[in-house]
Design a protein around this ligand. Structure first.
Ligand SMILES: Nc1ncnc2c1ncn2[C@@H]1O[C@H](COP(=O)(O)OP(=O)(O)OP(=O)(O)O)[C@@H](O)[C@H]1O
Ligand SMILES: [Mg+2]
Length: 685
């Protein structure tokens, strides 16, 4: 196509290109820029991974700033926020003040505010008027809309923007239906196919025999390589297995090549030193990870401390790490010199459907798109592991054919619909009119209209029924000036904003009813059991085997019956976690799910704070040592050990070991005996 002269001459574009060290725009990049320049309409850009979608929108952001208008830049993760802020700052130089959500004066003075979808939604929910100061919202990695929970946030964020007539520019390599989504954002779309990916990817299938693991198939010539795993545990255990293999098999291809040739390695002390410099507390977990990294292998998932993740990404980019085992946390937007991507698992457990499901095609495409990045490598190879003939067929007919599914709105589900209303009322958009205006701007509404053309959805009626449900569940009540939150509604709305776990409104309402029906909560363990009974997302469902039998036996002996689901969590939290059992031992004893204990415990402690707030609201007496119990659950320590968390650099295991050792010292043991209520620290001083 012929590029207009004005475009070539545009000084802003020239500045960006020279700062990026890019000589020429790719044809589709030119087209995108021209389209963006053409009018002020919203635009959905669909172009393959690694096709350089960022550059045109950075140019647009710069253009807006030049005209004195302000821009929001939304991305899925904090890591990407950091990356985008750096990129924007570098390319736009002193033209724009770029700030992250949460940074001082970001909302007051920045020309471009960068944040995650969550951060931005929460901010605008509470400060809806602030949206009027912005003219453009750029949404990167828009396919997150597929994700039930995070997609819900994006949908609400975009809806608020649409209500305020803000121009939307969204991009993704993998989203459908383009026309439907473009209609929702009130704009156009551009679609580019495979040709727009300059660095080609070749797709291959990797067959695994029974008993064979992906680690057995990893070869030296694949590096740098990302191996995507379906669970965090897989990422960790496979990384450790590979690291172990690199150590033990002296005759392997690995040893010969890695051992002798390039030893671009960090040693354990250097690695731990870097963790420490970032302010990360070093526990056994970090030590094990460091051991792995020293061999050029690492794992990366959402439970790994964010500061460590950033280091891992950097070391991977710098060639200190060759094999990176990751979950979807690394699937979006990540630029690196990756040569090979291996998809280790194409099926994963779907907790809602309660069965194994194939991962969606759009997600697969994002993961494989991490290979062969423009400017980093000449080509990319993608291996997808299959464990049966059926899986091979699916890979070939669905994934390799890139048959992307259509995206649905999460608001289809009642609980989502209701939560959206609850949040609107929380934010003061509390009249029927305001609520209706919001829903008319959702993807849910546009999608509904396009799917069932012959009946137009009666949004008023739907809102009415969900408002009634919220009233019946005790969250809201009507007044002449619109709906108001009850006290319970208010604490719930705030609790939900702080947690990533998905509690249904009906569960929370039942928890309240249960607390309300009592005069007194006798012990903290009773509160734990009640909380767990109602809040399903905190259940550690039993796996088959030893651990299950152990808990079953305990219940049979003590209560003459088998435990209910929630009681498995209660047992582990109360008998093993609080008593300082090592997490690895808990895992060994209780099977696949024990690794989740740490995050379950943290969220349970938050839920216990909610429990306390409800009990206070309902004037139900609860034990005095409740706050201490909450801390014990959070840290996995006994009451005696809790004060030791104040010692810097001490994690759970170290504290527990120290405590055990201290108890062995006769003089301390003596004092402890005399002062049964005192903690070790009190005893010592
Ligand atoms: N015209 C160009 N010539 C050479 N390199 C380019 C060009 N445009 C962009 N790049 C580089 O290509 C890489 C990938 O670009 P970018 O991150 O924008 O991809 P993307 O389309 O957003 O991919 P994804 O969908 O995976 O996020 C970046 O490192 C970028 O600097
Ligand atoms: Mg991108």
């Amino acid at each position: 196509m012929v590029v207009s002269d004005t475009l070539v001459m545009d000084p802003l574009l020239r500045m960006i290109l020279s700062k990026a060290g890019i000589e020429n725009l790719l044809p589709h990049q030119k087209e995108i820029i021209e389209k963006l320049e053409e009018n002020g309409r919203s635009l959905l850009i669909s172009a393959p991974t690694s096709s350089g979608k960022t550059l045109p929108v950075i140019w647009l952001a710069g253009r807006y700033v030049k005209e004195g208008r302000r821009v929001i830049y939304a991305v899925p993760s904090v890591a990407l926020v950091n990356e985008k802020v750096n990129e924007l700052q570098e390319l736009l130089d002193d033209l724009a003040i770029v700030k992250k959500v949460g940074e001082e004066d970001a909302w007051k003075e920045a020309n471009i505010v960068c944040g995650t979808f969550d951060q931005l939604y929460l901010y605008f929910l509470k400060n809806i008027d602030a949206l009027r100061n912005f003219s453009l919202m750029i949404l990167d990695d828009f396919h997150v809309l597929y994700h039930k929970k995070r997609g819900f946030t994006i949908e609400k964020l975009v809806t608020l923007a649409l209500m305020n007539n803000i121009r939307i520019v969204a991009m993704s390599a993998t989203i459908e239906p383009l026309d439907g989504i473009a209609k929702w954002i009130g704009g156009d779309y551009l679609r580019y196919g495979k040709d727009a990916r300059i660095v080609p990817l070749s797709y291959r299938v990797l067959e695994l025999e029974k008993g064979e693991d992906v680690v057995d198939k990893i070869r030296e010539d694949m590096k740098p390589c990302i191996i995507f795993c379906s669970t965090k545990q897989f990422a960790e255990s496979r990384a450790q297995k590979l690291a172990e293999k690199l150590k033990s098999t002296s005759l392997s291809l690995f040893e010969k090549q890695i051992g002798k040739k390039e030893k671009r390695r960090l040693n354990v002390q250097e690695i731990l030193g870097e963790f420490d410099r970032k302010g990360v507390e070093i526990t056994e977990y970090e030590e094990e990870l460091a051991e792995c990294i020293a061999k050029g292998v690492a794992w990366h998932h959402s439970d790994v401390d964010r500061r460590i993740r950033e280091l891992i990404e950097k070391w991977y980019n710098d060639g200190y790490i060759d094999f990176l085992f990751a979950t979807t946390t690394l699937a979006y937007g990540f630029n690196s010199p990756t040569r090979t991507v291996i998809i280790a698992d194409i099926m994963r457990w779907d907790p809602d459907a309660k069965r194994m499901e194939y991962i969606p095609v759009h997600e697969w495409l994002q993961m494989v798109g991490r290979a062969g990045r423009l400017g980093f490598s000449e080509g990319g190879v993608v291996y997808t592991c299959v464990r049966s003939k059926e899986q091979r067929n699916v890979v070939e007919s669905r994934y390799h054919a890139e048959r992307i599914e259509e995206c649905e709105s999460s608001i289809i589900e009642d609980d989502f619909f209701r939560k959206a209303i609850l949040e609107l009322i929380y934010a003061g958009m509390n009249t029927d009119e305001e609520i209706k205006k919001f829903f008319l701007n959702t993807y849910y509404y546009t999608r509904g209209k396009s799917k069932i053309r012959w009946i137009s959805p009666d949004i008023e009626k739907e809102i009415e029924s969900h408002v009634r449900a919220l009233y019946e569940l005790g969250f809201i009540y009507p007044t002449h000036a619109g709906y108001k939150l009850t006290d319970f509604g208010k604490i719930t709305a705030e609790f939900l904003q702080k947690t990533y776990r998905w509690y249904e409104l009906s569960e929370l309402s039942r928890l309240r009813e249960d607390i309300k029906s009592r005069d007194e909560i006798k012990s903290s363990s009773e509160a734990i059991v009640i909380t767990l009974r109602h809040l399903k997302p905190l259940w550690l469902e039993p796996s088959e085997g030893e651990g299950k039998n152990k808990i079953d036996d305990y219940f049979k002996q003590k209560f003459g019956r088998l435990p209910e689901y929630y009681e498995y969590t209660a047992y582990i939290v109360l008998r093993e976690w609080i008593r300082g059992r090592r997490i690895e031992d808990i895992e060994k004893d209780y099977g696949r799910w024990a690794i989740y204990v740490r995050s379950i415990a943290e969220d349970l402690s938050e839920a216990l704070n909610l429990f306390k707030a409800i009990a206070e609201l309902e004037k139900v007496k609860f034990p005095e040592d409740f706050d201490l119990a909450v801390e014990m659950v959070r840290y996995g320590l006994s009451s005696y050990e809790i004060p030791l968390i104040k010692v810097k650099g001490f994690g759970r295991v170290r504290i527990h070991n120290l405590y055990v050792k201290m108890r062995e010292v006769p003089i301390i043991a003596d004092r402890l005996k005399q002062n049964v209520d005192k903690t070790i620290i009190d005893t010592l001083v």
